[in-house]
Design a protein around this ligand. Structure first.
Ligand code: PHE
Ligand code: ZN
Length: 837
């Protein structure tokens, strides 16, 4: 069946006919929008094959002469014999039904708004087109519709009541096309670029939401300035617009000059958004803005190259956030995310290389591997060549490839040419899936500390044998006074040694700053991690040492004393950033513990993980005693809320300590809730009450207060399913799914409730399999409307091999049930197929 066919990188061929311009006219109507597309094709060879999905073709002409193409369910074909010899103009009229388009791809109509989402292959749901990123054209758009706001890419060239015309002078692929129409209000500002041009900035939101856009606007201006200062990259249109929408499958989309955002990453005020939400707004705003150069001006030749834009853009947004805030804290947060999403993916049946070689549905490859591991590869390149050479390489990249659709090879060639480094071995990082294991052993011999590094990468689906990859290892050596040496070593073979002259044995601190995305196993001496936690000069490795000590207890049966002693000393170190102290004082998540157990080739028992996690929390609570609340109260910031500077870190530490203290005395949480004046503190105070099953009145009051504020009600759902006691959480979820505010057709709401339950690992992995059946029911229901959403959520099952035979069978039963469902989407079908293989 054509719908299940595999697309392969090796089959890449350029498109048959060049395209120069596209003129689109939209007559907007929720149920019957008409689209007229006029496309100027140049001289080509062979048939003309255009992509098209769920379109009603009303008419088609070539140079004004009607043609009758052969249509099928993926597009249409005009035989070469029916095409003129020279350039020609194709005009087609199609009719589409945005109201019934529940996929949220292409043009869809929700709550009186027309919205487009074209990446990766949504444009083919709007009109017939060679819908692939290497076909670039200049677009002119006319929108007709009875709405106050009619937006598209580029600059506004004309408008009147019921119509608007837009022109985007920059050639772009179809996936960057955007249109938004409806009743929206804007917040306006401006930015003067480094060459002195004034750019108008507009953020479009619903009436009533304008008061929650200030942080997004501020983040946008800081991102624009940062890209000029750091990369010399200037914005290239006179207008930059962002639209916040409530119905969106992803986080945000970088359409040229008209970014469309999930409102979660735009709207923020102290009363409605947490510190983490403000962080999210800042980094997603920056991410989408940075795509203007890394993605839009230089785009991808085909979707196998997705990491070319995503890995680089994630790396850029990470560096931006690190510059805006504490760099070590940001690095720890990024690594937490990498391990939670990407290491997990790499260890299971969905493992794939940063540059995949085949896919069935490209939507399934917007993954942690392509994004987060992709960003790590750029970070390693910078580590290997150095900052100055990195800057020179990026300069050459923009000079050489501006306006082109490129490949990972183009990118690596630029790096080789600009820096003189031979990167042939580095390529393996893009082709080989799986997380390399790095071990380090140290010995002291005749006045030398000798570090022996070894690497192996485990087999992954379709890749049984792996080659060594180049691993940049930042290292240092510690003695009881401090650091005696440090450096960077590039491990390129399976085994290599580093020798350093030292007076006595030292404690190694390796992979500082997490200089490579590998799993490190240290074969040191018993007290080494304690030394690093107490006095490593590298903040990342202090945190990492705490994690190592905690995992010794949580994933094995180590003694909790070294961890307790170490983190309590850190807590009392006033010279340390409170944000860092909060991170060091936190335990790995239950998912993190399960990952570690699986890594040790042991079977994961989710109930035991839960018990161990709780008892270490309990042990820390006992150890701290009255200190927990004393320090919590002392460090909690007072005065006006600010999402920047020291305050978020202080709140994080205050709230971490509150969560410990409230284990014993829930009244402390009630007290904190009464005093809370921002959403960060409110949620932190509510959490212990929900965990204790004592939040009924508080949750009702919260709901009453925020009813109608969607993003806050999302939190209301998520906190209940994610924090409820494991044995009750599924019942809570089943009760909440009947709540009148639970609209499962809105992705944010669905992710809040269902994603919340999945993150409650002991609840989701209930031994009777009820969590699995429940999720499978949901996936089958959602798949019929929104395949992309169902397919993403299905990855909750990717870890099935970690568990006991009973749970494995229960999960496989559900995967099989999904696989055999009638009319299953290509998206979910591919995911389930890969997970069962
Ligand atoms: N390209 C978007 C980003 O990374 C993500 C996205 C993919 C959004 C597909 C929508 C659909 O910023
Ligand atoms: Zn992106």
């Amino acid at each position: 069946m054509s719908r299940q066919s595999v697309i392969r990188l090796e089959d890449y061929k350029p498109f048959s006919h060049p395209v120069s311009t596209v003129h689109l006219t939209f007559h907007l109507d929720p149920e019957a929008t008409r689209v007229r597309a006029e496309i100027a094709f140049g001289v080509g060879t062979g048939d003309l094959r255009l992509d098209g999905v769920d379109l009603d073709l009303l008419s088609a002409t070539i140079d004004g002469v009607p043609v009758t193409p052969i249509c099928d369910e993926d597009g249409l074909t005009v035989a070469a014999a029916d095409l003129p010899d020279g350039p020609f103009t194709w005009v087609a009229e199609t009719r589409i039904d945005p109201a019934r388009n529940t996929t949220l791809e292409g043009l869809y109509h929700r709550r009186d708004l027309f919205i487009t989402q074209c990446e990766a292959e949504g444009f083919r749901r709007i009109t017939y087109f060679p819908d692939r990123p290497d076909v670039m054209a200049v677009y002119t758009v006319r929108i007709e519709g009875d709405m106050p706001v009619l937006l598209s890419n580029g600059d506004l060239t004309g408008s009147g009541p019921g119509w608007a015309e837009w022109h985007d002078p920059w050639r772009k692929p179809s996936y960057l096309f955007a249109l938004v129409a409806g009743d929206l209000r804007s917040v306006e500002d401006s930015f003067t670029t480094m060459s002195g041009r004034d750019v108008t900035l507009k953020i479009w939101v619903r009436d009533g939401d304008r008061g929650r856009c200030a942080y997004a606007m501020d983040a946008l201006k800081r991102a624009m300035k940062w890209d000029e200062d750091t990369y010399g990259l200037e914005y290239d249109l006179d207008l930059f617009q962002i639209v916040a929408v409530d119905d969106f499958n992803a986080g945000a989309m970088e359409n040229k000059g008209l970014n469309v955002f999930n409102s979660k990453y735009v709207l923020a005020s102290p009363e409605t958004a947490t510190d983490a939400d403000f962080d999210g707004v800042e980094s997603v705003i920056a991410h989408e803005y940075f795509h203007n150069w890394t993605g839009n001006r230089i785009t991808c030749r085909d979707w196998f190259q997705l990491s070319l834009k995503e890995g680089l853009t994630v790396f850029r947004d990470q560096c931006f956030s690190a510059d805006m805030r504490s760099a070590p804290v940001k690095r720890i947060e990024d690594v937490l995310r990498l391990r939670a999403g990407q290491f997990r993916e790499d260890a299971g049946p969905l493992a794939h290389p940063v540059r995949p070689e085949s896919y069935v549905e490209i939507n399934n490859f917007y993954t942690a591997t392509v994004y987060e591991k992709g960003a790590e590869l750029i970070r390693m390149l910078r580590e290997i060549v150095g900052q100055d050479a990195y800057d020179a390489a990026l300069k050459l990249y923009f000079e050489r490839h501006d306006g082109q659709a490129c490949t990972i090879e183009d990118w690596l060639s630029v790096f080789q040419d600009a820096t003189g480094h031979d990167l042939s071995q580095f390529r393996r990082w893009y082709h080989q899936a799986g997380t390399p294991r790095l071990t380090v052993e140290d010995r002291f011999e005749e006045g030398e500390t000798i570090l022996t590094f070894r690497q192996t990468t485990p087999p992954t689906p379709g890749q049984p044998d792996k080659q060594p990859v180049p691993i940049p290892i930042r290292w240092g050596l510690l003695d009881d006074k401090g650091e005696v040496a440090n450096g960077m070593f590039l491990l390129s073979e399976a085994e290599q040694e580093v020798r350093v002259k030292t007076a006595a044995r030292t404690v190694p601190s390796v992979l500082r700053g997490f200089s490579a995305p590998v799993i490190l196993e240290q074969k040191g001496q018993p007290g080494d991690a304690g030394v690093r936690l107490a006095r490593d000069t590298d903040a990342f490795n202090r945190w990492e040492a705490g994690r190592t000590l905690a995992l010794d207890v949580l994933a094995g049966d180590g003694d909790p004393a070294p961890w307790l002693d170490g983190v309590c000393a850190v807590l009392n170190d006033q010279t340390l950033d409170p944000a860092l102290r909060a991170l060091i004082l936190s335990l790995p998540t239950q998912e993190g513990i399960a990952q570690e157990i699986a890594l040790r080739d042991e079977t994961v028992d989710p109930d035991l993980v839960h018990v161990r996690h709780q008892s270490l929390e309990e042990a820390l609570t006992s150890r701290l005693g009255a200190d927990a609340m004393r320090i919590s109260r002392a460090i909690r910031p007072t005065g006006d809320y600010s999402p920047d500077g020291q305050a978020p870190g202080q709140r994080a530490l205050a709230n971490r300590l509150l969560s410990l203290a409230a284990r014993r005395e829930t009244d402390l949480a009630r007290e904190a809730l009464a005093q809370a004046s921002n959403m960060t503190d409110r949620l932190a105070a509510l959490a212990p009450l929900i965990r204790a099953g004592q939040a009924e009145a508080e949750l009702a009051a919260f709901h009453a207060e925020w009813s109608g504020t969607d993003l806050v009600i999302d939190k209301w759902f998520a906190m209940q399913t994610s924090l409820a006691p494991a044995h009750e959480a599924l019942d809570v979820a089943q009760r909440l799914q009947n709540h009148e505010d639970f609209t499962w057709t809105v992705p944010n709401r669905f992710r809040a409730l269902v994603g919340g339950l999945i993150s409650n690992t002991a609840a989701f992995h209930r031994a009777d399999g009820a969590g699995y059946v429940w999720l499978a029911d949901w996936l089958l229901k959602v798949d019929k409307r929104n395949p992309m959403l169902a397919a993403r959520m299905s990855a909750a099952f990717e870890t099935w091999r970690r568990y006991d035979e009973g749970r494995q069978k229960l999960i496989l039963d559900q995967l099989e049930r999904i696989a055999s469902a009638d009319g299953l989407s290509r998206d979910t079908g591919e995911m389930v197929g890969r997970m069962r293989a």
